[in-house]
Write a protein that binds this ligand. Structure first.
Ligand SMILES: [Zn+2]
Length: 278
């Protein structure tokens, strides 16, 4: 384990416990929906838990921003990061072109499990429709071509923050996203992550669909192939203090929005979602 004691939070055990409370998470999202005007709907019920998505009035079939969290239930910095970001910008949300999936594996979140109740890694089943929530997600997003799709994750082995950027539209954003997280977490120092070359916390890669046919399609690959100009998988180190991880996730989400939308869009004004740089 890395020497990260200086930024570990002595209260993180307590905070982490709260971060696995799905009912509480959803009550926060209901409040966000009420106050922002976002539409919030259940897309499926998995293991007794409703799985939700939200979308904004400004979302059009092209140019939207897709964020999802909680497909792995042992990564609560991701679900907390997304809700914390939305709570900070509740008055702006409906003017941004958003589609949000707050937690794709509620049973996993409650049970601190990467897998769902049936032992499936939901981030490896996007090539088929065996999981109800993933199948419905794919139906919902069918008409959309997003400016960017951002999958929020955490890594138990992480020694800092890092991200995957699939090679797509340019200019690349990976560096500026990591810069946004830098005040809250160290950048991942490993030169290889999951067998792939990493430089300064950035794994930028082309995809080989044959490889994923063997191991199963992750959400990011599916989004890259079918729905997104840019695709990012953000990873915070899950052994670090929850508060730092959440702040880093919030900063990177905010930077994605900033990069995607025209300057001034985050201020008062008409709905954004058209005229994006892409
Ligand atoms: Zn994950």
């Amino acid at each position: 384990m890395p020497n990260n004691s200086a930024i570990r939070n002595p209260h993180s055990a307590l905070a982490t416990h709260g971060a696995h409370d799905y009912k509480h998470l959803i009550s926060r999202w209901r409040r966000i929906a009420r106050e922002s005007g976002l539409t919030m709907c259940a897309l499926a019920k998995e293991s007794g838990y409703p799985v939700f998505f939200l979308k904004s009035k400004a979302l059009a079939e092209t140019g939207g921003l897709y964020f999802s969290a909680g497909i792995h239930g042992d990564e609560p910095g991701a679900t907390e990061g997304l809700v914390a970001w939305a709570e900070k910008r509740v008055k702006q949300l409906n003017r941004l072109p958003l589609m949000l999936f707050p937690c794709l594996n509620p049973w996993g979140l409650v049970n601190n499990s990467r897998l769902d109740e049936r032992g499936r890694d939901l981030n490896r089943v996007f090539q088929h429709d065996e999981a109800c929530a993933i199948h419905t997600l794919k139906q919902i997003i069918k008409p959309y071509r997003f400016s960017c799709a951002v999958m929020l994750h955490e890594d138990y082995d992480g020694q800092g923050v890092y991200l995957y950027e699939l090679q797509g539209a340019k200019p690349y954003w990976g560096e500026v996203l990591l810069d946004a997280a830098r005040p809250w977490l160290p950048i991942e120092p490993r030169a290889r992550i999951d067998g792939r070359k990493a430089v300064g916390g950035l794994v930028r890669r082309k995809i080989d669909p044959k490889h994923f046919q063997k191991i199963g399609f992750p959400e990011a690959i599916y989004m890259h192939l079918h729905h997104a100009e840019r695709t990012f998988t953000l990873e915070t180190p899950s052994e670090f203090a929850l508060d730092s991880r959440v702040r880093a996730q919030v900063a990177m989400i905010g930077e994605c929005v900033k990069q995607a939308l025209p300057p001034g869009c985050l201020l008062a004004g008409p709905a954004c979602g058209r005229g994006l740089r892409d």
